[in-house]
Ligand binder design. Sequence first.
Ligand SMILES: *[C@@H]1O[C@H](CO)[C@@H](O)[C@H](O)[C@H]1NC(C)=O
Ligand SMILES: *[C@@H]1O[C@H](CO)[C@@H](O)[C@H](O)[C@H]1NC(C)=O
Length: 232
Amino acid sequence: MQRPQLPILILFFCLISVFTRNPHAQTLPPARYDGFIYENSLGDADSILIEAFYDPVCPDSRDSWPPLKQALHYYGSRTSLVVHLLPLPYHDNAFVASRALHIANILNTSSTFPLLERFYEHQERFYNAQTRNLSRASVVKEIVKFATAAVGNSYYSAIESGFNDRKTDLKTRVSFKYSASRGVFGTPTFYVNGFALPDSGSALDYKGWRSIIDPLIKAKKGKIGEKLHYLL
Ligand SMILES: *[C@@H]1O[C@H](CO)[C@@H](O)[C@H](O)[C@H]1NC(C)=O
Ligand SMILES: *[C@@H]1O[C@H](CO)[C@@H](O)[C@H](O)[C@H]1NC(C)=O
């Protein structure tokens, strides 16, 4: 068979992208900046911003959360945390679990982090091997029940219909696209004041967090400002 000519192929893919892009043309940029704000507080302009890129069904994300939480409680208003979701394609239920977090965030904002912690606690229920024989519909049903425990019993049907609401699908896509646009390809990944920490994908322990944040706080007080100047 003769190979299709390159210009024809290019035209074909352009047409495909025109037809598939149009329905979502209004999703980017999103109306609201992506991310879940921990304890609903971004602190003041001086607060050190930590961004965590998490997949709710990723074991390394799970392991990294307790030490980060401990550090956040230690620093109080001196740090703030925004969690962005990156549902990894090789975790079968990552997108559905991430969507549940967006639904929870819409229905009862204060249930977002409790639900994330619930996913971390019972994560193995949603691993690939454990859900291999389940239909997509039954996984969603399971996650609706699972999320209800964190969001509140009266929200069962609202969560269920949340999964039929295109808006929550789009919000989850925006999270994915946002993470990808920051160059994030594994979880957990951490950014501090806009810069990526090395060793993406590995869990940072409490001492590790202290060794990163303490110098920043000292530098702000001017104590090692001069030293920092020579390091840069
Ligand atoms: C919202 O979620 C929080 C955390 O799970 C829970 O304590 C609270 O009762 C929920 N609110 C309602 C109105 O159900
Ligand atoms: C899935 O089905 C296969 C074939 O029936 C079975 O061998 C396997 O144990 C099942 N896995 C789970 C997790 O139920």
